[in-house]
Ligand binder design. Structure first.
Ligand code: SAJ
Length: 406
């Protein structure tokens, strides 16, 4: 039996996937409300295919509880927040979860950490917790790091099809854990050591952050001299060895906007390209704000109240707002004591910022200028409704005449 600890964005789909592929699973979360919701037959966030997977897992007998189980296999997928000032990972939830596992687990159990952690976290924080509880790693207990790799918006597909990494102290333990993941994962599962597994996870997200930063920097260079960045990227990408990503209003989410900072925090003298890239991405919402003011001026719009931001989530077709570029932009505005712009997002049903609308038509009626911050399918399908408005399309997703770009 597998006890999955932490039933959030990663833990829940992983638990459901294993349960629906013949593994006996109990999911544990300290949040009673979340566990009650799951036990009442409802999922806790929106994701393509998640509800169907949930039904299959429930049929297969998955259980949800707030209690840790006595079993021989644990998967820890609790959040790893980061400290905005030190730029370092805060492993407090992983440590707490491992401590709780130690209270119930029998000798010989295997503890798999799936949460993203900065390289070295297992040696520095997790091993001491385990050994301090009286277990000898490799003899009484096995420790593994198997970082998740799935992308919000396509999680269920990617859980099945992505390649995975399993980091273990011994090949034998790595192979044993690999078998659990192989119950549902059709990708290649690579077994390596723990330190390499930690590092690969952060490096993958850093690679993407740097490439997005390059696209964002190009958008500024092209804006400076009035060149079409999208046309330039399109042509460059026709070269067989060039694949530039797309510029946007900034980088959000809890991974690409966060993980690369771990390397900057740990290697301040060495991580120069990474540092510059993260600063570029972090300042992209300010660049967008300046662009908004420039376009307002050009169109004689003098009142912030006439400008609306479309999209609050960190990317399209998800309900996740963590570190979203829109929230970053509103924070910059607040810093300058400016009247906050209006917002609307079809995926966000609760009011979370000032001047947020819940009805798309009311939002449009109230503004003269719309800034597309997120390319939800909803706006692409409803773009005709933007006719007659001044539009800044930060995602290059609309097919309308006279639209401004970043
Ligand atoms: N973005 C751009 N331009 C692009 C692509 C993305 O501006 O061309 C922006 C998005 O709008 C978003 C941010 O970057 O704000 C990040 O989005 P994303 O779709 O690139 O990635 P995430 O954060 O949703 O998921 C990433 C994935 N990592 C990689 O692709 C290397 C995913 O596989 C990881 O599992 C996930 O981080 C994680 O949990 O670490």
């Amino acid at each position: 039996m597998v006890n999955v600890i932490g039933l959030g964005y990663i833990g829940l789909p992983t638990a459901l996937m294993m349960a629906s592929h013949g593994v006996e699973v109990i999911g544990t979360d300290y949040n009673k409300e979340l566990v009650d919701t799951l036990n009442h037959g409802k999922t806790t966030f929106k994701e393509d295919g998640l509800d169907e997977l949930f039904d299959a897992a429930v049929k297969a007998g998955i259980k949800f509880t707030t209690d840790y189980q006595k079993t021989d296999m644990y998967i820890v997928s609790v959040p790893t927040p980061y400290d905005k000032f030190s730029k370092k990972v805060d492993p407090k939830y992983v440590i707490a979860a491992v401590k709780d596992v130690m209270k119930v687990c029998p000798k010989g159990a295997t503890v798999v950490i799936e949460s993203t952690i900065s390289p070295g976290t297992i040696d520095k924080f997790i091993r001491p917790v385990i050994e301090g509880s009286g277990f000898k790693i490799g003899e009484d207990l096995n420790l593994v790091h198997a970082p998740e790799r799935i992308i919000p918006g396509n999680m269920v597909y990617e859980l099945i099809h992505n390649n995975r990494t399993v980091g273990a102290d011994s090949k034998e333990i790595g192979e044993k854990v690999k078998q659990y993941y192989a119950s549902f994962c059709q990708g290649e599962i690579v077994v390596t050591d723990i330190r390499s597994a930690e590092m690969t996870k952060v490096v993958e997200n850093t690679y993407r952050a740097i490439n997005i930063a390059f696209a964002n920097e190009l958008s500024r260079i092209c804006r400076h001299d009035n060149m079409d960045v999208y046309e330039i990227i399109r042509i460059c990408n026709m070269h067989p060895r060039v694949n530039i990503l797309q510029p946007g209003p900034g980088v959000g989410g809890h991974c690409i906007s966060v993980d690369p900072w771990f390397l900057v925090g740990d290697y301040p003298q060495l991580a120069n390209v990474i540092d510059a890239s993260m600063k570029t991405n972090d300042s992209q919402p300010t660049f967008v704000l300046e662009r908004i003011y420039e376009i307002m001026k050009e169109n004689n719009i003098t009142d912030n109240r006439k400008v609306g931001l479309y999209g609050l989530t960190y990317k399209e077709n998800v309900d996740d707002v963590r570190e979203s570029p829109t929230l970053q932009l509103l924070e910059v505005q607040e810093h300058h004591l400016a009247r906050p712009l209006k917002t609307y997002d079809p995926w966000i049903k609760k009011n979370m910022v000032k001047n947020q609308f819940q009805d798309f038509d009311e939002f449009l009626n109230d503004v003269d200028m719309v800034v597309i911050m997120v390319k939800h399918s909803h706006i692409i399908e409803n773009q005709d409704k933007l006719k007659g408005k001044v539009v800044l399309d930060c995602c290059n997703c609309l097919d309308l005449d006279g639209v401004y770009h970043i």
